[in-house]
Every structure is written in C-alpha cells, then in structure tokens.
Design a protein around this ligand. Structure first.
Ligand code: CTP
Length: 407
C-alpha cells in the first residue's frame, strides 16, 4: 500500500496504444509524493495489465462499479481527488464524458469529481479532427475541463500528424499547474499568435569553445507550453537548453548564437500579438571566431576581445506594430546599488517593454531549477509578486497579465 501524503490524484487510462505512457505519468506522480489511484477502462487493460498499475501506484485497480461496493468507489474516488488526469483520453472516452455517461468506474468517477480535470488526448489525426470529436472537445472545454492540445508527430504505424499524447513530463507539469492554480486554465489566447524565446545563446570562440550561460530554457518552454494550452498559436525560438521535450502543439525553431536568435525572433515577430524574450541572450561575443582550435602557447593565455551583441528586446520594442505586446525578463542578483526589484524597475523603464518578469538568480535559485518566484512589473505601474511555484505557474501568471492587456 502506498503511504504517500501528497495530493490525491485520480489517473484515468483509456484504451489506446499510448496507455503504456501512463506508466511513466504514474511513476513521475508517485515519485513526487502524489497518492495516485489508477482507474483504467476495461479496454485500457488490453494494453497494460492491472498488475503494472497496482505495483506502480501501491493501490488497488478496478474498472467497474461493482467491485468494493461497500466503499462506493465510484463516488468516493471522485469526491476525494484533488486533480483528475486522463492519459491517454481516447475519442470514445471524451464522447462518453461529453454525454455525461457513467457506464464504468472511470466515467462515474469523473462525473462525481469536482476537482480540476485534465484530459490528455491521444488518437489518430482523423479521429482528433472529426467534427464529432471537435464538438465533444469544445463542449468539455466549455464546462471547464482542460483538454490538452495533443502533440504532432509519429502515431501508431507510419502515420504522422496531430494526435500524439503529450510527453509524460508535460502532462505531469500541467497536472501540477492545475493543483497550483485555484481556477482552471482559460482558453483566452485562442486566435493569438505568440513568439517565445528560450534558453541560453552560445557565442563561439573557436570550433570547440564558446561563451555561454546557465539558462536551462525551462521557463521559456513553460511559457510556450502554457500559451499553447491556452489556445495560442505558438512559435518557440529555442537557443541551447537542458534536455527538454518540445512542448505539444508548439512550432520550435532553433537558434545557436545571439545573432541567429535575433534573426529568428524578428522574422517570427512579424504579425505576432505577443513576443516574450525569455532567452538568456549573451550581451557580448568574441569579436573574432578562430577557424582552428586555439592551442596553448609558450606566451601565456590568449587575450579574448569581445564585441557587443545587439539588444533584441530593445529592437523589438522599437519595431513593434501597434497592438503588439512585448514581454522581457530580468534575471537579477541585486548588488550594493539596489535589490532585485530596484534593478527590475530601472530595466523596465530602460527597455520600454509592456511587461517585465523579474526573478532573483544565483546559487540554487531559478537556473536549472524546476521552480521559480519573482515579480511581474507592467509599464502601467502594476507590480505583482509571484510566490514560489512551478515555472508553469509563473508562466500562467504572465499569460494572465498578457491576456488582460491584449487589445
Ligand atoms: N536581451 C536581449 N538581447 C540582449 C540581451 C538581453 O533581447 N542582447 C533581453 C533578454 O531576453 C531579457 C531582457 O533583455 O528579456 C533582459 O536581459 P538582461 O540580460 O537582464 O538585460 P541587459 O539589458 O543585458 O542588462 P544587464 O546589464 O542587467 O545584463
């Protein structure tokens, strides 16, 4: 039996080949302390056996409402859950939920649940795009159910297209976000085009060395992921990052240096409603790139002279069309002249962007961490403190402020 004391999660699993990925979702949830009850459909058990879910969750696994009748599980599980996640959610399961059916333990549980519900769809593109599924998704969303955008890519067999289950890490990140946010994730960016830059640029010195920084890209990826799940069309301009899964329903373009990032961001910014500069752009680059590896020589270490990189954020502000919002980031340490917030206020005024997200960085803070905290400063004088939480939560707060200000 599991002794977890963290949030209670119902993990529904419907009958699709992606059911095997539910094991990874389950493992990630239990490892971070959640108490998970897996509720598969009968057909899900054709793909993954009940024993696997029982062993990984430390909890019994049932599919029907006639097991453990004295405990009334079809009511109790839903009532006690703090978040319910269904991964994968098939077209059939969503159709049954949209109809309010309660013909197995999973649908009955979801009918009694009053907690946030996250469905992670997985099906063939034709099924995802069928008007019946579109209508069911729209209906479920109108009732506050979070139906995640599926990823695009390889499906069962040789097919590719939208309909792939989002990565297990993304599903868990979204589930945590729903636990952290008091309300459901709004679809308030539908019809909006947003560009997000992320990661750290690398400025080459010779074929094997570069000037870089410690940005993992996690905050930028979370911004892109949450925007896509709020309905936006998202382009993620990604510099170097930790090993991160590409967010579902996001177009990713790669950039290595500040100069490449600048070209990509300026090109994508045309026609965008919002541009968010979360990338850690190197302010300087070696002013010449050695064609060959620089060798040790008897005359001591080489002198590296630096050239200044263009300030992309300043350029975006200068070039922005009417109505486009530009969001900057400020990773600050504070010093003798002021704290993080003092520096951030000066930076907001200097950069001229609409919003500036400021956070304290340093050993054990922000860089390479799953969590973040900070402030959102707006050009209209609003200052919002962001308490400690996941990077997806901070991203979600940023989109709240953006959505409230979009024309
Ligand atoms: N930025 C940019 N181009 C650069 C440097 C930074 O677009 N060459 C953007 C970052 O993506 C971020 C914001 O500017 O959104 C602030 O970055 P930061 O490095 O904190 O600002 P700097 O202007 O470089 O100021 P500082 O002197 O504090 O480094």
């Amino acid at each position: 039996m599991s002794t977890a004391t963290g949030p209670r999660v119902v993990l529904g699993v419907a009958g699709g080949i992606a059911a095997y990925k539910a094991c990874e979702v389950l493992r990630r949830l239990t490892e971070s302390g959640h108490l998970v009850r897996v509720v598969p459909t009968e057909s899900a058990l054709n793909f993954v056996g009940a024993a696997t879910f029982e062993a990984l969750s430390g909890q019994p696994v049932r599919t029907g409402v006639f097991a453990d009748v004295p405990e009334v599980p079809h009511v109790r599980l839903g009532q006690q859950a703090e978040v319910a996640v269904v991964a994968p959610a098939t077209a059939d399961l969503m159709a049954r939920l949209a109809q309010g059916r309660a013909d197995d333990l999973l649908t009955a549980t979801l009918l009694t649940a009053r907690c946030p519900v996250l469905l992670a769809p997985a099906m063939h593109t034709e099924m995802w795009e069928h008007p019946a599924t579109r209508d069911n998704v729209a209906l479920l969303r109108s009732r506050g159910v979070v139906v995640a955008e599926p990823a695009s890519g390889r499906l069962t067999g040789a097919d590719t297209g939208p309909g792939r289950l989002p990565e297990p890490s993304e599903i868990v990140e979204l589930a945590r976000l729903l636990l952290e946010r008091a309300d459901a994730l709004p679809r308030d960016l539908v019809g909006r085009r947003v560009v997000v830059s992320a990661g750290g640029t690398r400025e080459p010195l010779d074929p094997v060395r570069f000037l870089g920084n410690r940005s993992s890209g996690r905050q930028g990826y979370a911004l892109a992921r949450v925007a896509a799940q709020r309905g936006a069309e998202v382009v993620l301009v990604s510099a170097h990052t930790a090993d991160l899964a590409a967010p579902a329903a996001v177009r990713v373009c790669r950039a290595g240096t500040a100069d490449q990032l600048r070209s990509a961001v300026l090109a994508e910014a045309e026609g965008a409603d919002v541009v968010v500069m979360a990338a850690a752009v190197a302010d300087f680059r070696p002013d010449s790139l050695s064609e060959h590896k620089i060798k040790k020589s008897g005359s001591g270490p080489p002198t590296v002279t630096l050239a200044t990189n263009p300030d992309i954020l300043a350029e975006l502000v200068r070039l922005r069309p009417v109505g486009q919002m530009v969001v900057g980031f400020a990773a600050e340490t504070g010093d003798d002249t002021g704290g993080v917030l003092d520096h951030a206020r000066v930076k907001l005024a200097r950069k001229g962007c609409d919003l500036l997200v400021a956070n304290a960085v340093g050993e054990g803070m922000a860089f390479e961490q799953p969590d973040n905290a900070g402030w959102i400063l707006a050009a209209d004088g609003t200052e919002i403190e962001l308490p400690h939480g996941s990077k997806a939560l901070l991203a979600s707060r940023v989109w709240d402020e953006v959505a409230a200000r979009l024309p």
